[in-house]
Ligand binder design. Structure first.
Ligand SMILES: *[C@@H]1O[C@H](CO)[C@@H](O)[C@H](O)[C@H]1NC(C)=O
Ligand SMILES: *[C@@H]1O[C@H](CO)[C@@H](O)[C@H](O)[C@H]1NC(C)=O
Ligand SMILES: *[C@@H]1O[C@H](CO)[C@@H](O)[C@H](O)[C@H]1NC(C)=O
Ligand SMILES: [Zn+2]
Length: 467
């Protein structure tokens, strides 16, 4: 004879998603690094156009500030602004030792990434789902001792623009979905960021790379079909930031801190400079106001802020890792330290209000409406949307499902294997459990807490369109 509490938990499991469910929807999150929102305007993109017809297209999305790779991707994975997830820069650094690690090496510093926010892979796995990641920033690190169940990290010297490798990687994640029954995979491509930097966002090389992205999008959708996943698989395609042309050839007065009268590197104990249009300074004790007053107003296109005075909309202030003085330049400019060492034709890292910094957003699959164009939204909102599609309880985050919910089909029964609804009976439950065996019953017991939390969440959302 079962006690009432177990019956209740079984009921919860039935109504709100059994651990193993054949018709649970899957989700593939793809990022094409640096794909600006308007890159489809001067290139034919038949596959992206078809995807928009079959699904949802946002006019653009707003990334978090700082608009650079690792911080912005971690916002997509956690739904938190950068000041809240703690991955405040592509580079890990220690202000005491003045040590810095570049982008790739920083991927392996667990303490840098695991700073209190859990990426969606870990949350999904804790709630009985299976997650994977291929090359997505953050994949190499562990979080509270856990990693994505299936993970692939690119080698140090990796050719990020090889289209053949892109196709192989696309097929690989499809086989993860089909053969290993993963529920969620994040997949990363390092372009068109590379060509955007090297040749500029208005170059023929960038346009050619957008054609390659478009072919790949077509390939991915074919591959999903070929793997028999079309009815189950949702695909979200977005990016971390856009790209802006850097003014060159003596057209403008460069920003070089060493040339600013009164400024001295001897007043600093640590600095992060020569990294595109942004920089951070740690003045020596007693030197903060001096350094600040010297730099403020020194160049018409250089913005200088004390950390606690940062504009609210940037959400880049309330974190111990952010240094006391923050610098950023207007589009077209980069910030140099001792002398100019940056020669890219395109850059990002600017204010996230700048249109050049906005990425694209597309989504297709059984959870999404068809042929729907929606207005812009912030990328913090992608996380609660993904959790909703997967039927998992999100961690605390800065996004809101209400912002993106209109993209979903009304009858969406996501995350519950199509079993959402209070009409489900306790008897139905018991039958289901005994049929699927002791192992599954055990899984249900061990995930009791998250299921109860999920229940609370569901009840909160339920009345409007579920009943
Ligand atoms: C920085 O390095 C110092 C000296 O090795 C060490 O005590 C400190 O914990 C480090 N801080 C961080 C944030 O890694
Ligand atoms: C985040 O990192 C800082 C050091 O950079 C550390 O002091 C803090 O305890 C970390 N917080 C968590 C929750 O890991
Ligand atoms: C591109 O990738 C394919 C498949 O991984 C590989 O065989 C080929 O050598 C690569 N080509 C280049 C130029 O890196
Ligand atoms: Zn970049």
């Amino acid at each position: 004879m079962m006690r009432a509490t177990s019956l209740f938990l079984l009921w919860v499991s039935c109504v709100f998603g059994a651990p193993v469910s054949k018709d649970r929807q899957k989700l593939l999150l793809i990022s094409f690094d640096g794909f600006r929102w308007d890159y489809d305007r001067d290139v034919d993109t038949p596959n992206l156009d078809q995807m928009a017809k079959d699904g949802v297209k946002a006019q653009y999305v707003t990334p978090p500030y700082l608009t650079i790779t690792s911080p912005s991707h971690f916002t997509i994975l956690t739904g938190r602004y950068i000041e809240n997830h703690g991955v405040i820069h592509n580079m890990w650094f220690n202000t005491t030792t003045t040590e810095k690690k570049p982008y790739y090496q920083s991927q392996f510093v667990n303490e840098w990434w695991d700073n209190g926010s859990l990426p969606i892979w870990i949350t999904a796995q804790r709630q009985g789902l299976k997650a994977g990641s291929l090359h997505f920033p953050g994949t190499a690190s562990s979080y509270q001792g856990q990693v994505a169940m299936v993970q692939e990290v690119e080698p140090l010297l990796y050719n990020y623009k090889n289209e053949t490798a892109w196709r192989e990687n696309s097929d690989k994640v499809m086989s993860w979905f089909r053969d290993r029954d993963l529920d969620f995979v994040s997949l990363y491509f390092g372009e068109p960021d590379g060509v955007g930097h090297k040749y500029g966002p208005d170059s023929p090389e960038r346009r050619e790379m957008v054609r390659q992205v478009d072919r790949t999008v077509g390939y991915i959708r074919h591959s999903a079909e070929h793997h028999g996943l079309t009815d189950q698989l949702n695909v979200i395609i977005t990016a971390d930031h856009g790209m802006s042309t850097v003014f060159r050839n003596g057209l403008v007065e460069e920003i070089t801190l060493s040339k600013i009268p009164g400024f001295s590197f001897r007043d600093l104990s640590f600095h992060l400079l020569d990294y595109g249009p942004s920089g951070m300074l740690l003045p020596k004790p007693g030197k903060l106001d001096g350094v600040y007053n010297t730099l403020k107003g020194a160049h018409p296109h250089l913005h200088v802020y004390k950390k606690e005075e940062m504009p609210e909309h940037l959400h880049y202030s309330k974190n111990d890792r952010i240094l006391p003085i923050i610098l950023w330049a207007d589009p077209g400019y980069v910030i140099n330290g001792y002398f100019p060492v940056q020669f890219n034709k395109g850059e990002h890292g600017y204010d996230n209000q700048e249109m050049d910094m906005k990425p694209f957003f597309r989504a297709v699959g059984p959870a999404f409406q068809k042929n729907l164009e929606v207005g812009p939204f912030e990328t913090v909102n992608i996380y609660p949307l993904m959790c909703h599609i997967l039927g998992i309880q999100p961690e605390v985050n800065d996004g809101h499902l209400s912002v993106t919910k209109h993209m979903l089909v009304i009858s969406d029964s996501r995350g519950s294997g199509g079993k959402v609804g209070v009409s489900c009976e306790v008897e139905g439950m018991v039958i289901q459990v005994s049929a699927s065996g002791a192992a599954e019953a055990e899984t249900m017991k061990t995930t009791t807490t998250c299921r109860l939390m999920r229940l609370a969440k569901r009840i909160f959302y339920l009345p409007r369109n579920r009943i």
